[in-house]
Design a protein around this ligand. Sequence first.
Ligand code: ASP
Length: 309
Amino acid sequence: MSWTLVIHGGAGRITRETVSAEADERARAGLGTALNAGAAVLAGGGAALDAVEAAVRVLEDDPAFNAGRGAALTRDGTAELDAAICHAGGAGAVAGLTRVRHPVCVARAVMERTPHVMLAGPGADVFAREIGAEAADADWLATPERRAQLAELLAGSGGFDAEMKYGTVGAVARDAAGRLAAATSTGGVTGKRPGRIGDSPLIGAGTWADGTCAVSCTGAGEFFIRSSAAAQVSARLRLAGRTLHESLAATLAEVSALGGTGGLIAVDAAGAPAWRFSTPGMNRGYAMPGARQVALYGDEFTGQAGPAR
Ligand code: ASP
């Protein structure tokens, strides 16, 4: 049996005009490294759950993306980190972590070491410390680049970042044994109110996996929450008999009808990789034995060259 890994590094106003040559290079390199980490697990016969965690860990360390180090900051200038991991056998999530290097690993520990699915706020930070999760300083998490972006935002509209071009991260995988898993990690949206929780750590909204498919979302979280976007993809496959691409398109149309934009990555039980986004671009990539792509902009890999948009 084959394996499949699909990753994203956020959707938003990602175009050749808005992304510098240097940022383009950094994003592609980061996505490539994450694909390598996840693919190494899967190629070695490892579990989908381990692969999505490995891929997301790499992106959490990469300041080019909005997760872990380099997370988008609240209007108070603090990093509040959200993450989730999910497979048919369970789910775990954290919200509002402030001093952890790898939120996705803490989410997994919630799943495996507590009777709960989600921990938030100070209690989540305490749990992270108790399990010996690697700690990170607030100053290390909040990079100068993110501080500058926040300052710019506050100097302008004062609202939160509607363009979301800073790169929440996620991964979905199907392993050689046919198991599916999904993980998502984010700092949320720049300038968010402290305490705000988006779709990423909410099981069924930004992250979902069951025996049918695995899904990770990125975009305007409030709209993905209101449409149960990630779980909706599975429902369309299971209950409406749709294909994966049809299910992604219909789900994204529902998010759009509510007023939200963003993107989703997914893999189904047969191992078909897919993505779809309504923004100008989405940082994304996939790997399977003998196939591999990384892309940022909307006009890359349309048609027959890769998973349908
Ligand atoms: N969906 C994330 C959130 O709302 C943000 C993003 O994907 O960029 O927290």
